[in-house]
Design a protein around this ligand. Structure first.
Ligand code: NAP
Length: 261
C-alpha cells in the first residue's frame, strides 16, 4: 500500500457509517491518522478500533454535524489531541423515502440540516481553523448522483445533495487563495446500510421484495455490480492526494456509469 498521507491527520464525519468507515480505513492504511467522527460514539469507536487492530492510527469522536457548537468542539478536540487536521471527508448523511406529495416540512428540514448544513458547518469549521493558523488543506464532501437530477420519492435528499455540490464549488472558490482544495464525489448505489434501508422502505411502500428491488437497481448499473465503500474511498483518496493537486471545485461521479452529467 502506498503511503500518500503519511503524517497527515484526516477527519471523517459519518465515519461510523458504510462509506465513512471504508474511507477511514483506506486513508489510515495510506498513513493518515484518522479521526472517526459520528453521531454514534459507539460506532465511531468500533471503526477506530478496527483501524487500530490493522496496525494503523485512529481516534473516535462524537459529533452532531447539524450543530455549529458540536462541530466547533470536534475541531478543537481534534486539534488538541492530534495537531492540525489538514484533510476532511464529510460522509454524514440521512435519507427517507417519501412521495413528493407526502413529504412533511419537518423531514425536509431534517434532511437539509444533516446533509447540507452539516456539510457546510464541517467544511467551514475546519477551514476557519486552517486559515487562522496559516495552513493548507484538502477536503472532499460526499454528494450523490441524486444531486445531479430529480428524484420523485426523495426530493429533500436530492435537493440536499445538489446543495452539497454548490457549497463545494463556493468553498473551492473562497478557499483557493489559502491553498485549499475542495471537491465532491457523487456515488451511485453503494453496498451500505443506507442502501439496504432504502430498498426496505421502497419494498414496504410497493409490497415488493427488498432483495429483488436491489437486484433490479444493480441490473441498471452499466458496470454490472453494486458499488463498494472502497470504490468510493479510492476516488476520495485520489481527490485528497497530490495527484489531484490541480483539481478543485469539482464533483466526480463515482457510480459505475449510472450518471454522465
Ligand atoms: P450510512 O452507513 O447510513 O452512514 C451515514 C452515517 O452518518 C451514519 O453513521 C450516521 O449515523 C451518520 N450521521 C447521520 N446523521 C448525523 C449527524 N447529524 N451527525 C453526524 N453523523 C451523522 O450511509 P452511507 O451509505 O455510508 O452514506 C454516507 C454518505 O454517502 C451519505 O452522505 C450518503 O448520502 C452518501 N451516499 C450514499 C449512497 C449509497 O448508495 N449508500 C449513494 C450516494 C451517496 P447514525 O447511523 O447513528 O444515524
Amino acid at each position: 500500500m502506498t503511503q500518500r498521507f503519511e503524517g497527515a491527520t484526516c477527519l471523517v464525519t459519518g465515519g461510523g457509517g458504510g462509506i465513512g468507515a471504508g474511507t477511514a480505513k483506506l486513508l489510515a492504511a495510506e498513513g493518515a491518522h484518522v479521526i472517526v467522527a459520528d453521531l454514534s460514539l459507539e460506532r465511531a469507536r468500533e471503526v477506530a478500533a478496527e483501524i487500530k487492530a490493522m496496525g494503523h492510527a485512529a481516534s473516535a469522536h462524537s459529533v452532531d454535524v447539524t450543530s455549529e457548537a458540536s462541530v466547533a468542539q470536534l475541531v478543537d478536540e481534534s486539534w488538541r489531541e492530534n495537531g492540525p487536521v489538514t484533510m476532511v471527508v464529510t460522509c454524514a448523511g440521512i435519507i427517507k423515502i417519501q412521495p413528493f406529495l407526502d413529504l412533511p416540512e419537518a423531514d425536509w428540514d431534517r434532511t437539509l440540516d444533516v446533509n447540507l448544513k452539516g456539510t457546510f458547518l464541517v467544511l467551514q469549521g475546519v477551514a476557519r481553523r486552517l486559515v487562522r493558523e496559516g495552513l493548507q488543506g484538502r477536503m472532499v464532501a460526499v454528494s450523490s448522483v441524486a444531486g445531479r437530477g430529480p428524484r420523485a420519492d426523495v426530493a429533500d435528499y436530492a435537493a440536499s445533495k445538489a446543495g452539497v455540490i454548490s457549497v463545494v464549488r463556493s468553498a473551492a472558490m473562497a478557499l483557493a487563495k489559502y491553498g485549499m482544495r475542495v471537491n465532491a464525489v457523487c456515488p451511485g448505489v453503494v453496498a451500505t446500510e443506507m442502501t439496504y434501508a432504502i430498498q426496505r422502505m421502497r419494498a414496504e411502500d410497493s409490497g415488493g421484495d427488498p432483495d429483488e428491488m436491489l437486484a433490479g437497481a444493480v441490473a441498471g448499473i452499466p458496470i454490472g455490480r453494486i458499488e463498494t465503500p472502497e470504490d468510493v474511498a479510492r476516488a476520495i483518496a485520489f481527490l485528497l492526494s497530490e495527484e489531484a493537486g490541480y483539481v478543485t471545485g469539482q464533483a466526480l461521479n463515482v457510480c459505475g456509469g449510472l450518471e454522465f452529467d
